[in-house]
Design a protein around this ligand. Structure first.
Ligand code: SAH
Length: 467
């Protein structure tokens, strides 16, 4: 179908929130997933795609704006791919996240559920992220408005985020509300310097240019890490840039650079060079310190990670005598967070470098009862492994979005652990796993947590007890 042939339905009421930041409406008894609207809006909907059981559409004209709306803080809202819920009042964001968890868990009818506890909102609803990855591009995304007004396309350089659905277009950010200072200031400084000294921005399509990526990581300790990705090694151009940045921002305690000539932007497999300061920063939580290297994972909302971990530790009900397992432990943060209240903690994680971090963090914090192993969970977490390391009293698990491999779920089901605390960033895969656990474990508590305000993402912690 050509675009003009897509039908438009007039004055459709948007009734609920749906996955991926979309909203729900009904047209002729068909479910429509609508972008660009919030529940309570009445809008004309242009159909963009038809599937057998549902259709997709976008709101193109509004007859009535929902009272659940609020003014987005960001000038880039709508164009930028992040923060799709900024136009929804925060109280309503929480309402729909709670709903998302309830829907996911009740869809599996067989499981008896306790009352779902009210979602824990984030104290900071903006500037809560501790890490942003900006991209350079010489193909700045132009708005229809800019093209319309005959913008002279001289400066097409951009430093910002990739436009979703495009391969080489980057939104040139003026201000982003996701990270605290000096993230915006660093980005603006680098952009201005690069412009002034005519350093070539990366051409994603042609694969040429110099400046490729800029990562800023901030910590509650006040330390800041900056990581440059250059497409090629040209120290006579890049070193003066980094020196100027280091001089302008004394907060930068770790200034690192990478030459990345690969096809993609990831750098887990590339050597990292230190230009200035240390090759890591420190994050602090309660009485713990975590060393964060350029390749280490750390929960991106530090303040709310603390709340999430407290819920996890409360649900675990540790007394000091328990044998605890922390599955999908990452850099071991949950394991170390509960270690003081356990007899022993065993963390398992796929990425060997993360396990290295976990061991270093244990040593740095003087924790001797935490042990870490790197392997694919389904290969390592087996009845044999439990036999070797001892019958679990409590299993904490925090898998990625896909949830757990069925073999892992079955191993937990047969583990005889008194309690399982299941932390999930995807209630749908969590619900699927809970269904398998249901025969051996009953769901006792459900606590949704909002780690990512302004987005539709929701974290959920479930306490299971042995039947
Ligand atoms: N609990 C940690 C990290 C959770 S993120 C924290 O709070 O910081 C999920 C983790 O699961 C990631 O570190 C990822 O590397 C790991 N992971 C993904 N697939 C895995 C698998 N098949 N086996 C083991 N670990 C896996």
């Amino acid at each position: 179908m050509k675009r003009k042939e897509f039908p438009v339905y007039e004055k459709v009421e948007i009734t609920a929130a749906a996955a991926e930041g979309k909203s729900l409406a009904r047209i002729d008894n068909l479910v429509v997933f609508v972008s660009n609207a919030v529940p309570g809006d009445v809008a004309d909907i242009r159909i963009t795609r038809k599937h057998r059981r549902f259709i997709e559409g976008e709101a193109i004209h509004f007859h009535q704006l929902s009272d659940k709306r609020t003014k987005p803080a960001c000038e880039h809202f709508g164009l930028c791919g992040g923060c799709k819920w900024q136009h929804l009042d925060y109280a309503w964001q929480l309402h729909y996240k709670q709903q998302q968890v309830t829907d996911a868990l009740t869809r599996i009818g067989k499981i008896e559920l306790p009352g779902i506890m009210p979602i824990l909102g984030s104290a900071a609803t903006y500037n809560y992220r501790n890490r942003l990855d900006y991209s350079f591009s010489n193909k700045r995304w132009l708005t229809t408005e800019e093209i319309g007004r005959g913008f002279d396309f001289v400066d097409r350089n951009a430093l910002g985020f990739h436009i979703p659905g495009t391969f080489d277009k980057v939104l040139d950010l003026n201000q982003c509300h996701l990270q605290t200072a000096p993230s915006d200031e660093i980005r603006a400084f680098v952009r201005q310097y690069a412009q002034q000294y005519k350093l070539p921005f990366y051409d994603i399509r042609e694969r040429r240019g110099l400046l490729r990526g800029l990562t800023v990581r901030t910590a509650s300790t006040g330390e800041t890490m900056v990581i440059f990705q250059f497409f090629r090694d040209e120290p006579e151009l890049t070193h003066p840039l980094m020196q100027a940045l280091a001089d302008a921002f004394p907060q930068i305690t770790s200034l690192l650079w990478i030459t990345n000539g690969k096809a993609n932007d990831t750098f887990h497999d590339l050597p990292v060079n230190t230009f200035h300061g240390r090759d890591h920063i420190f994050e602090a939580m309660e009485n713990l310190r975590f060393k964060i290297g350029p390749k280490s994972f750390y929960q991106t909302n530090s303040a709310q990670a603390y709340e999430l971990y407290k819920v996890t530790r409360n649900f675990a009900q540790l007394t000091g005598s328990e044998n605890v397992y922390d599955l999908y432990t990452g850099t071991g943060t949950i394991a170390l967070f509960v270690a003081a209240q356990a007899q022993k903690v065993t963390g398992v994680e796929l990425v060997p470098a993360a396990i290295e971090d976990a061991r270093q963090n244990a040593a740095m914090n003087g924790i001797q009862n935490a042990h870490f192993f790197a392997a694919d969970m389904k290969d390592m977490f087996t009845p044999d492994f439990l036999h070797t390391h001892g019958r679990p009293d409590v299993i904490i698990t925090d898998p990625p979005r896909a949830g757990m491999h069925e073999d892992v779920v079955r191993c937990i089901a047969g583990s005889q652990a008194a309690r399982v605390v299941y932390v999930s960033c995807n209630p749908a895969s969590q619900a699927r796993d809970l269904e398998i656990l249901n025969e051996a474990y009953s769901v006792e508590k459900v606590q949704p947590v909002d780690m990512f305000p302004q987005t539709h993402h929701v974290e959920n912690v479930v306490l299971l007890e042995k039947r």
